[in-house]
Design a protein around this ligand. Sequence first.
Ligand code: HEM
Length: 497
Amino acid sequence: MSVFDIKPAIAGGIAIFTASVVALHLRKSNRKPGPETFPGPKPDFLLGNIRQFPRSHWKDVFKAWKDEYGDVVHLGMPGTSILILNRWEDAEELLAKRANIWSGRPPNRLVNELMDFNWSILQIQPSHPFYEMRKVFRKVLGPNAVGDYDRLIEGASQELVKDLASFSGDPLALLQDSIGKVIVTISYGEDLWRKQGKQLVQTNMDGIDLVAHVFAGVWLVNFIPITRFLPSWFPGLTFPTVGKRGRDIFQKIRYSPFGAVKDAIDRGEADFSVISKYIEDPEISQEFLRDATAMMYFAAVDTTSTGLINFIYHMLMFPDVQKKVQKELDDVIGRGNAPNMASIQTAKYLKATWQESLRLLPPVATSVPHFSQSEDHWKGVYIPKGTLILSNISWMLRDPRLWGEDSTDFKPERFLPEFNPRANELKDVESSVFGFGRRICPGRYLAERNGIVYAAAILSAYDIVPPSGGPIPTSVEFTPGQFLRPLNLNVHFAPRK
Ligand code: HEM
């Protein structure tokens, strides 16, 4: 399957076409005089910064651009512009305070229309269905409801502990399986997990891979809408096949598990789940409950398991911190006992260590793009409608202006007032790790509870050490893609004596 669905000559034509559309658009807009735009890499004639925009290692390239151009970096693309925000306050200003402008998602015709993914909360533009799905998330996973799933998470964390007994190697797949089971069971119940869990996980994985593939490519149909009517046998076109495959996948994700649980409810045989608990709730409609729940696996598994593997990585690299967390756990829950959410409430050092791990390795390092739905004026610059914002989260969380000169050190004590008198003035790590404004992650309370219970369960049972008594690695390679995590982590879970 070709990623590039258009030939260079056509790309040139498209660039000219889109540049003229943009020029026309600018002439019509309420542009005020001021600096043209923010600094950024020099664009090519007509193609803008397409050539410079990285296909991987975004966090490293964005950091280099920040060093060269400053807090706001501008990139010109045919038909649109991208602003990269490196300052936390700037992200709060635009994405939260001006959320009425900056809460869109960049349109992608292949994903939204041909694959029929338009209904998904991840892709949909702010609109009635968007606010209804956010309401569902608040109701079923918000601070008042999220505790309902503690028993399930605690049970799953103990199953994982058994699977990790004397395990050596990269535990990522085990973490993904375990979190996947938790999310499917919360969403649709244990019975559905037993009957269809593996199949549902596979369908979601196929969907995630396909969407990632589409976002990494350039597709003719996204530039020239009318080409969607070309027949699928048209020479050289791959998007119709990709679109059809996506449509099949997303129809299954959207309807199949919901339908199975609904049938079980009608037969009076449904077990506990988000669907069975809220299906009769008069405040939310069945349609939006179905669509919001359908995206839980998609959004939760890679993110949560990345947060956990990053925590495991930090424990490997910083054994002194690991020992302190274990000592605290022994004090608050008693040596050899399985932790539960209630018992770890007072484990402040564990919480600080979890936060420090998220700070230095945020799972989604350069966030998900926001898109402006109307024009804006900011810092004296005119910003046209249809501009993209990428938040350089991984830099914001290391910015010495916020975290001090030791911002790159792994130091959980920075969050504890008994060690750092300015601890209470620090930014809340989670309000950047989980994004900003109206699109902030609606699963963050679940992610937080899941992460901290799993971290406590693993560390109360095991020492995380290099395999075969080897030395702590001096450097570890990280993934080049969207999720920031170690590549092929090699650890051993040694039962604690
Ligand atoms: C450590 C774990 C997680 C991290 C780091 C994370 C991070 C994020 C980030 C950065 C965004 C984009 C926010 C923005 O656009 O400004 C996001 C969106 C989202 N997350 Fe999470 N997430 C995590 C876990 C979860 C879980 C457990 C769920 C659900 C059960 C979830 C559901 C979603 C959904 C549905 C969206 C899209 C929201 C929208 O577009 O309005 N996430 N997440």
